[in-house]
Each structure stands twice: as C-alpha cells, then as structure tokens.
Design a protein around this ligand. Structure first.
Ligand code: NAI
Ligand code: MG
Length: 489
C-alpha cells in the first residue's frame, strides 16, 4: 500500500516535542586571538570581526583578523618549529602527539558538537554523530601512519616538505581542519591553518587542545580572517604547500598564484554529483539515499547528490515517494535533536540559493517545496526539488550548495552515463541498482573521484577523496592522502 503522507497526519498521529541540546556546558571564548607559536596573541592591527549563530543571527564571539604581518609571524613560527623540532623528531613520537589530539577531541566531543552547530547552523545530530567522530577518527588514522611511512611507500624514503598553508571552508569546519592537519603532522610538516570566516570557533577550541596536548610551539598555528588573509597565506614565499578546500573560483585563483613558484598544492573544489536510480533498485532505500544525498548538511556538501537521474519506468513512483519523504523532514533549530535540516550557513549563501531557485523557475523548471514552516529569525531554506529541467539548465550545471535537487529521467545505461558526465565537475556520484554488473559498468564510466553504490555520503578516514576536472586535484584521506605532504626519495 502506498499511502500518501499528509502534514495533517502528523498533527493527529504524532505531536512534535522539541528536544534541544543543552548549551550549559559550553564555554565560548568571547574574544578569540590568533594562535601562533603555541600562544594566543592579538593581531598586529588590533582588528576583530564577529561570528554569529546563523539560526538566530546572534553574535557568538569576536575573532581576530590576521593581516599580512600576522601571517608572516605564523609562517616564521611554523618554519622554526619545522627546522628545529618537528621534522627532526622521531616519527613514533610525532604519532603520540597526534593520538593525544584525537583522544582529547573524543573527550570533549559534546562541547565540540554543540559549538559546531551554533557557529555554522548544522543539525546537532550531524555534528554529534558524523562530524566530530570523524574528526577524531582522522587524527587516530593518521597518527597510526606516522611511524609506518616506510610501509606506505616501500623502497622509498618519505621526507616532509616543510610549512603547509591550509585554507578551509565553512560546511564541515572542524572536519576539514582534521583532514588538513592530520596527514600534514603525521608526515612531519608544520602548519598555518585558516578556518572560514563564518565558522572559526571549533578551530579555536582545537587550538586549546593543541596547547593541552603539549605540541611543540609553532607546529600548528591557527589564524582567522577572510579571503585577504587566505591570499596572504597563498602568496607567502616561505610556504611550501597549499591545501585548499572551497569554491572552484578561488581554487583557480590559487592555481594561478602558485604557478611557477614550486609550491605544491591540492585543491578540493565544487561538485554537481549525479545520483542515478535504476528501475531494479530497492526504491525505498534509494529514496532515503536521495534525501541524504541532497539534504544532508542543508546541501552544503561538495559531494552532494544534487543531480538526480531516475529511470523513466520508475520516475513517477520515485518522485512521489520523494515528495512524501520531504514532507516529513523537520527544518528548524539546529540544536534540536529532532532536526533534519538546520540553518543555512550565512546570509550570503541563502541569497545564492534563492537566486538559483529563481533562475530554475525562470528557465522553465517546475519546483516543489515541502510545506514546513520556517523560523522567523535566522537563515532558512525549505527543501525543494525541480522537475522539467534538462542538461542545459543552469541549476543542472552549476553548484548551488543548498537543499535544492534537480531531477531528470533516462532510459538506457549509456544515456545516463553520458548525461552524468556532462558537467564541468567530477567529484562524486551514486548508483542504485540490484545488479552488481551495472554498478561496475556505471562506476567505471563516470569520471568522478568517489562513487557510492546503494548508499551515499559515506566517509571514512581510510578512503581517499578528491576530484577530477573543475572539482580539483589531489586526494585527501587514506594512504593517498599522505602523498601531497611528502617528497619521496
Ligand atoms: P570560498 O572559496 O570563498 O571560501 C573558502 C575558503 O577560502 C575560506 O576560508 C575563505 O576565507 C578562503 N578564501 C576566499 N578567497 C580566497 C583567496 N582569494 N585566497 C585564498 N583563500 C581565500 O567560498 P565561499 O565564498 O564561502 O562560498 C562560495 C561557494 O563556493 C559556495 O556557494 C559553494 O558553491 C562553494 N564552496 C564549496 C566548498 C567545497 O567544499 N567544495 C566549500 C565552500 C564553498
Ligand atoms: Mg558563525
């Protein structure tokens, strides 16, 4: 029986009772300085900017803005720590420090989860069950590699490369910090890390942990600021490697800027993943995978399944089930444990998402939106899906980075492979089918770094992640994730 679920059913069968996570145990530092050479220090020019909670627009804290001279100070501290201590240290000793960081994060996981949710707007269920556990898992995993590099690269010696400048985005703030720091430290490099300007707070908490773990001063330096600070890191002449996650536009600028300098770089950029549903798939599971693929973390996910391809024979069923399931998604207070979709990270991102919804409609797409109410204060966007769109529509080609899904249909395997590859991106994809042979055929033919079969958005520190084409270059995670941080001799 395929009973359609109406909003009114919920009102009678089940009443919604909020279960907000307590914030009593959280101590947010109201004025965050720069973390350089193991100490918190004010910025040279004395400038601070604020970070807010996007769910209520309230200010959470002031954060120091690093300018060129602060970047220089951080790079000098990192260089000294590299030359004098970290690159010379016995690798098993380095590993012990990284294990210590992993354990301290685990101990304070609840605090980290709540702050991540307050600063960035993601549901507490996600920061508590996905982001923060993956952060410690990453540190544990790379701590293990520290003294085993000769097994990672048999017959070669893996030498560190020096000082790494690492610039990260706001969608998975602490997780991206972990992706950057853990392999760099395990291989003997030192770091200057810059979080995104809307989500600096968990990285500043991590600085506290780095102090507590007694890491030698200067091995990890964490400084804040916007694109100008990021550029000063990229352009600093004593940086040996840039690791960047963010927009394709900034990625291209970084490539130009480091060309000819000898700096190594890895870029993790945007995506527009195809999530492909064949008629022989387990349809209800596929619907869950579509929902997770596009609405996880408000759709602020570079590998989000934002282009859905459904085989024509099951399209009506899938779309109808999808609409029913969308209706049951709870949008609201990110600190509430029932919440499925939290706040959009910033006003700017909300405007970008709304702009794309407008474009989609102007170009002739039909939009469906769930009937959920939205809080008055803060930045919110109800989940939406578009049908009646084709390959040439902008919402099919461009990354929206929000809870907006574009749906197309297909008839044959060859057709869907061609459509899925018709994108400037190549980060990820998903395939849903009962047939193993079809999984191999499709995943082999789709030019993307990660392909999920009968699941979506699964992450693991042992598994490499990264893109083709405009989705970037280099891999993070797994053994491959060590490579950008070593010279093999
Ligand atoms: P962005 O690329 O500007 O920001 C990412 C990081 O780069 C931030 O830390 C930022 O301060 C820094 N940055 C900005 N300009 C820089 C420069 N010239 N040199 C060095 N660092 C610089 O991304 P933004 O503006 O926050 O988001 C815009 C769009 O980018 C999103 O709508 C989304 O489509 C995409 N994006 C993709 C991400 C991914 O994970 N692939 C993450 C964040 C954004
Ligand atoms: Mg914030």
């Amino acid at each position: 029986m395929n009973k359609k679920i109406n909003k009114s059913d919920f009102k009678t069968d089940w009443s919604y009772s909020p279960a907000p996570e307590s914030t009593d145990h959280i101590k947010i530092v109201k004025k965050n300085d720069l973390f350089i050479n193991g100490k918190f220090m004010p910025p040279e020019k004395g400038k601070y900017f604020k970070t807010i909670n996007p769910a209520n627009e309230q200010k959470l804290a002031d954060v120091a803005e690093a300018d060129k001279s602060d970047v220089d100070k951080a790079v000098k501290a990192a260089r000294k720590a590299y030359d004098k201590v970290w690159s010379k240290m016995d690798p098993s000793e380095r590993g012990k420090y990284i294990y210590r960081i992993a354990r301290l994060i685990q101990e304070r996981a609840r605090e980290f989860s709540v702050i991540e949710t307050m600063d960035g707007g993601k549901p507490i269920r996600e920061s508590r069950d996905i982001d923060i556990p993956l952060v410690s898992a990453h540190f544990f995993y790379y701590a293990g590699w520290a003294d085993k590099l000769s097994y990672a690269f048999p017959g070669k010696q893996a030498k560190p490369i020096g000082v790494a400048g690492q610039i990260i985005p706001w969608n998975f703030p602490l997780l991206m910090a972990a992706w950057k720091l853990a392999p760099a430290l395990a291989t003997g490099n030192t770091v200057v890390l810059k979080p995104a300007e809307t989500t600096p707070l968990t990285a500043m908490k991590l600085a506290e942990i780095i102090q507590e773990a007694d890491l030698p001063p200067g091995v990890v330096n964490i400084i804040n600021g916007d694109g100008k600070t990021g550029r000063a890191i990229v352009e600093h002449e004593d940086i040996n490697k840039i690791a960047f996650t963010g927009s394709t536009d900034v990625g291209k600028m970084i490539m130009k800027s480091v060309a000819g300098t000898g700096k190594k770089y890895t870029l993790e950029l945007g995506g527009k993943a195809a999530n492909i549903i064949f008629e022989d798939a387990a349809i209800d599971q596929a619907v869950e995978g579509i929902i997770d693929g596009i609405f996880f973390n408000q759709g602020h996910v570079c590998c989000a399944g934002s282009r859905l391809f459904v085989q024509e024979s099951v399209a009506d069923t899938v779309i109808s089930k999808l609409k029913d399931r969308m209706e049951s998604l709870i949008v609201g207070d990110p600190l509430d444990k029932n919440t499925d979709i939290g706040a959009i990270n910033s006003k700017m991102q909300l405007e970008k998402i709304k702009m794309y919804v407008d474009i989609g409609q102007k170009e002739g797409g039909s939009v469906h939106q769930s009937s959920c109410g939205l809080p008055e204060k803060g930045y919110w966007h109800a989940p939406r899906l578009f049908t009646d769109v084709s390959q040439s529509h902008r919402i099919v080609q461009e990354e929206i980075f929000g809870p907006v899904l574009a749906i197309q249909t297909f008839r044959t395997v060859d057709e869907v492979i061609a459509k899925a590859n018709n994108t400037p991106f190549g980060l990820s994809g998903g395939v849903w089918t009962d047939k193993g042979s079809k999984i191999f055929q499709v995943s082999k033919s789709i030019r993307a770094g990660v392909l999920w079969a009968n699941t979506f958005n699964k992450f693991d520190p042992t598994s490499p992640f990264g893109g083709y084409k405009e989705s970037g270059m280099g891999r993070e995670g797994g053994l491959e994730g060590l490579m950008p941080y070593v010279n093999l001799v």
